[in-house]
Design a protein around this ligand. Structure first.
Ligand code: SF4
Ligand code: SF4
Length: 123
């Protein structure tokens, strides 16, 4: 047995008793690290529909319909840059750790914003 074969046999034997380097996904769900930029989440109650997030978004993933009280995000256009999160004056946006699941269609999430009175919009 040559030196190369000996080294290979040693590696194979070592690998047999080692923990696998890969995770058994999807049987074992992935654990997200604390700072993972997965998807943008919103606390609807705190949003004042000011539109700053939409203006800051480099990919136009967010749209704000002030009249209809609707906040919309096109998940497939979002590049997880976090600009909207940093710009929101009400701190109602955050980067949640899980990713939007793959889909054959563009996923758009629509949120109804409970903006009850005029005073809240001027806060
Ligand atoms: S910047 Fe914040 S408060 Fe303004 S519309 Fe976006 S999410 Fe709502
Ligand atoms: S994270 Fe970036 S790309 Fe995604 S919605 Fe916010 S500003 Fe737009």
């Amino acid at each position: 047995m040559g030196l190369a074969s000996f080294k290979m046999a040693k590696t194979v034997l070592k690998s047999l008793f080692k923990k696998p380097a890969t995770a058994m996904y999807p049987a074992v769900p992935r654990e997200w690290t604390e700072r993972t930029r997965g998807h943008v989440s919103i606390i609807e109650e705190n949003c004042i529909l000011c539109g700053i997030c939409a203006r800051k978004c480099p990919t136009n993933a967010i749209s704000v319909d002030r009249k209809g009280k609707i906040w919309t995000i096109n998940r497939m256009s979002c590049i997880q840059c976090e600009s909207c999160v940093e710009a929101c004056p009400k701190k109602c946006l955050a980067m949640a750790p899980s990713y939007t699941p793959p889909n054959v269609e563009k996923v758009t999430d629509v949120f109804e914003i409970p903006l009850p009175d005029k005073e809240k919009t001027e806060a």
